[in-house]
Write a protein that binds this ligand. Structure first.
Ligand code: C2E
Ligand code: MG
Ligand code: MG
Length: 639
């Protein structure tokens, strides 16, 4: 019982006792003194007044005592409530699931709670006296902490997500609130940080995002994520002026697998298809499952439609290999619709729609194939891809041949050299011209193999001729502009010369004028290295590549070959005649030989000889033929 209450009770009892004594006394006194009732009632009135006055006095005294007692009691109560509150706070501090860290105004840690120890893995003695920077993850830039302190200064509180490091070194996300504490004088006394480990929330957040954006069966991106990524890819492709291709891949008659073998096998099959597709592609290609048996592929860098078509063919071929699903060997054909950016559409949505209609075309064209959004492109691309595919096989099956075309010294009419020209003996189409397949080989990268092979054949052939006593000054070999810029060309030429044992002075490399002028500095360096090997260098198709005369002068080249386009106009066309004259004068002024190609008539040969071009090549001297058919004795007289 509190002291104030005891005082109140005591005062009340005393008051009651005195009232009873007074009543007893006053009634006794009144009865003995008065027999007259009027007098009695007057005394009773006075008695009443006296009672009121005495009561008021008592109340006044008791009230003062009581208030004093109650004042003391309030203080006592306050103190005990404080104690209670502290006990509760301590319990909260220790039992809360949030980590709590208190630092003094210097930023040194003075308190941590149990949850702090559990979350961070540090014991309190390891962190007391240390600074909270001990837990820095290194994930946030200095600006992040500067902004945090600025908010603390201005608002007295900061809340936010922050990545910190546990004692184990693991980095984890926290939701943290930091508050400034001031003392009674308003001075900063402490910082209190309360935080919770939100890794679990983050994980489930990630899981939710993943579920919303991925197909649960194959774990591939779904349509939503695919469209989003495609749009991003298009934006960056546009900035970099790149082409992209979107392929919609659909499995033919997949329903039959579901219907005949059940949905479980169907699901396993879809998973296997997804895995096989994923294994086919490297970076720069996004694969997604749009739903059912429909997949989408986005090639972020696809400059030519032929590359998109080749990719489609690769997918079709790749999925043709049998799948082993739960002991069933399953075969599947694929149809693909292709839409190109920026040619067919500019947005991801539109590309998807176009690819879808192209897919419909592929399906209606008999399935197991691909179709482009634009029909002419489909046919064109198909031819090219087929050609590329067949060309690869042609190399393996040795369907390529080297033909040689004679080059004559016109003043003496003697054959002094040959140019090696590649041919493709196609089993069905007969002899295919390099003008048709060299561009395809250049685009598919097969050109390196082809040129290396031709060079080796030509050098071997030259050695054989030399051994047979044929006196040729050189064999000329064409070098693709694609290879000319590559450093490996030098090694390749050196290797072929070493392997075949041909004296480098007998090998002439023809490089087109445009290849030289594409990057003149690289060309200059490359030519000097090749010259060091001892081979001769000629510029092919001269007059078509807008050479800078200054640059031309610096090139270590021995020969200019006048392009056959100018020769064709001779002798009638005055412009062609003027150009040919200039080229010959130019070559002579730089100490180079001149060789005219495409000479079909004797008049052309005669004029060229007259103008000073001593070397001639063309049907009039002889067509390109297999090595065994070269006519060594043939010496057509010009004059
Ligand atoms: P090029 O190097 O300018 O070869 C000359 C082309 O003109 C050859 O065509 C040749 O057959 C043709 N030609 C020769 N004399 C005459 C003529 O009097 N009249 C006409 N109309 N044409 C004549 P071809 O063999 O079809 O080769 C075409 C081009 O293909 C070559 O032009 C060359 O750039 C390229 N090429 C040929 N073989 C190879 C090779 O092994 N590697 C590389 N990278 N390119 C090659
Ligand atoms: Mg040539
Ligand atoms: Mg030429």
């Amino acid at each position: 019982m509190s002291a104030s209450y005891r005082y109140a009770v005591r005062a009340a009892l005393l008051y009651l006792l005195l009232s009873m004594i007074w009543l007893q006394f006053s009634s006794h006194l009144l009865n003995s003194f008065f027999d007259n009732s009027a007098e009695l009632s007057r005394w009773q009135l006075i008695n009443g007044y006296a009672w009121v006055v005495i009561s008021a006095g008592f109340i006044f005294i008791a009230r003062a005592r009581l208030l004093r007692c109650l004042g003391i009691g309030a203080k006592l109560r306050e103190r005990s409530e404080d104690r209670e509150r502290l006990r509760q706070a301590a319990a909260v501090f220790d039992c809360t699931r949030e980590g709590v860290l208190v630092t003094n105004h210097d930023g040194l840690i003075v308190h941590v709670n149990r949850a702090f120890i559990q979350i961070t893995g540090y014991q309190s003695e390891e962190v007391l006296g240390q600074r909270p920077s001990l837990f820095k993850s290194g994930r946030h830039p200095a600006a992040f902490y500067q902004a945090m302190f600025a908010t603390l200064q201005s608002k007295g509180e900061w809340s936010g997500e922050i990545w910190n490091r546990r004692k184990s070194g693991e980095i984890y996300p926290q939701w943290q609130t930091i508050r400034l504490i001031h003392d009674d004088h308003g001075r900063l006394s402490h910082f209190v940080a309360v935080f919770s480990d939100i890794s679990a929330i983050k994980n489930s957040e990630h899981e939710l995002i993943r579920l919303a954006h991925h197909d649960p069966l194959t774990d591939l991106p779904n349509r939503l994520l695919f469209t989003d990524r495609a749009q991003q890819a298009l934006t960056s492709a546009q900035a970099q002026k790149r082409g992209c291709a979107l392929l919609m891949v659909d499995l033919d008659h997949f329903k039959m697998i579901n219907d005949s073998l059940g949905h479980t096998i169907g699901d396993h099959m879809l998973k296997a298809v997804a895995e096989r597709l994923a294994a086919m592609f490297g970076p720069g290609i996004t694969l997604a499952r749009l739903g059912g048996d429909e997949f989408a592929v986005l090639a972020e860098s696809c400059p030519q439609l032929v590359q998109a078509a080749a990719l489609a063919q690769r997918i079709i071929d790749g999925l043709k290999e049998p799948f082993l699903i739960d002991e069933h060997q399953l075969f599947i054909n694929t149809s693909i619709g292709i839409s190109l950016f920026p040619g067919d559409a500019l947005s991801a949505e539109q590309l998807l729609r176009n690819a879808d209609s192209a897919l419909f075309k592929a399906k209606s064209a008999g399935r197991n194939g691909y179709a482009l959004y634009t029909e002419e492109l489909t046919a064109h691309a198909q031819q090219r891809v087929e050609l590329a595919f067949e060309l690869r096989r042609a190399l393996e099956q040795q369907q390529l041949r080297v033909y040689y075309q004679p080059i004559h010294d016109m003043p003496t009419s003697r054959m002094i050299g040959v140019e090696a020209l590649v041919r493709w003996e196609h089993p069905e189409r007969g002899l295919v011209s390099p003008a048709e397949f060299i561009p395809v080989a250049e685009r598919t990268g097969l050109i390196a193999e082809i040129d290396a092979w031709v060079m080796r054949q030509a050098c071997q052939q030259m050695c054989q001729w030399q051994q047979a006593g044929v006196a040729l000054s050189f064999v000329a070999v064409n070098v693709s502009s694609r290879l000319f810029a590559r450093r490996e060309l030098y090694q390749q030429v050196a290797q072929v010369l070493r392997d075949t044992g041909l004296d480098p002075a007998y090998l002439e490399l023809e490089v087109t004028e445009s290849a030289v002028m594409e990057d003149p500095e690289v060309a200059l360096e490359q030519m000097h290295r090749l010259r060091e090997l001892g081979v001769r260098l000629a510029i092919d198709d001269f007059g078509t590549g807008y050479s800078s005369l200054l640059r031309l002068k610096r090139l270590p080249v021995q020969k200019l070959k006048i392009d056959q386009g100018f020769v064709a106009g001779l002798p009638g066309d005055e412009d062609d005649g003027a150009i040919v004259r200039v080229i010959i004068a130019l070559a002579h002024s730089m100490g180079m030989q001149v060789q005219a190609e495409g000479i079909e008539q004797v008049e052309q040969a005669a004029l060229l000889l007259e103008l000073g071009s001593h070397l001639g090549q063309g049907y009039w001297f002889g067509r390109p033929v297999p090595p065994g058919q070269l006519n060594w004795a043939h010496a057509p007289a010009i004059g």
